[in-house]
Design a protein around this ligand. Sequence first.
Ligand code: HEM
Length: 399
Amino acid sequence: MASSLPQGTVRTVTFASLLFLALIAGVHGRYRHPPMVSFYSRECPEARGIVQKIVKSAIERDIDSAAALWNLHYHDCFVRGCDGSILLESSYYGPAEKESGIPDSPKEIAYDIIDEIKDAIEKVCPVTVSCADILTLAARDAVVELGGPGWKVCSGRLDGFISYANESKFYMPGPDANYRTLVKKFALKGLTEMDMVVLSGAHTIGKVKCSVMESSLYNSSGPCGVDPTLDPTYAMELKAQCPVGSSNLVFLDPTGGDTSVNGSGTVPYPGHRRLLATKSAGNTVDKNYYVRVSGKNAKKGSAGSSDQNLKVRNSKGTLKSDRNLVSTKSGKALVNREAGNSKKAKASAADKENQPFFHDLVKSMEKLSTLDDPSSPGGEIRCNCRSRNVQTAPPPVGY
Ligand code: HEM
């Protein structure tokens, strides 16, 4: 039916129906619509398939793409909601989020994949699918490719107009953040302490620059300058990979991807045999991050409240912020839960397949991926994910 109507008529009808839906459903921040999985099923039914296909082939070309996409998505959602603001290049309004220079700034490879997807989708459905939606879908598909769970991705986001480096510096927690700061930074985004611990589990894949760990390896208060919370054997391994001044990258969680990872010789997640055959250690989404972070000898500290003072020892968390997850009683309990160490998890046969981590990750990712910032001034469907459509860019009132 629609194909026999002139293009302009279809667009007017679509716009009118969206406006009507927006009016009956109330305001939805920068969503064009109440967010829904089927948002593009009429306007661009090909969109989800294109994202999935390009993500898959990007990961086949370079497995580091998956972590880079997940990290990019997190950075996007933490500043002004998931609005593609992280994708914008700096402009005359000032340096953009991607130029913030913070230690976990997403890697360029992820931006290139988003461009590739956008180009492919534009050819089929011009100016229809937002960059924000593309990034959100791509991150989910990347995690699934590396053996993680899939979560529901609603669409209908608009691309934001504003991207400021200073906002990234303010909102993104640093790699040395203590537990309280981590909880606070996530709370600013409406995320709970449990969300924070569960989402930190994204460090089950990906790599970190040696420079980020230098102070933990060489300038801390433990023997040979090593951070006392860090497992000494793991610290030696890290020092070997990260000599002083090194520009190397090391895995955040160098486990997974082989059948001996649990020491059990069993395939940890039978649904991903193909993946296990091709993916290497360090590139598998699994609960082993928590097993490593949990450490062995955390004892109550000598002072302070029970919830703030556990001495961390022998943690194999690569970042200080990872190790700090077990520096409080509640954090340690959550880490043990995700590691499958709690009595309840042990009693459950499902524990073998990364539960309850996968279940919890789905819930927290659904929250992260729908963060919005209704106070931001509107949005658009960008033609190019790296820049605003000039004709719709607002003047920088109040910024
Ligand atoms: C809890 C606070 C967090 C801190 C302090 C933190 C910090 C970091 C740091 C320092 C890196 C290394 C970056 C580099 O050296 O290039 C990193 C990597 C990464 N982070 Fe986080 N992160 C946090 C939370 C998250 C969350 C919530 C997610 C996703 C949901 C995430 C996903 C990732 C991924 C996938 C990587 C690997 C990136 C790659 O290899 O390209 N992080 N993070």
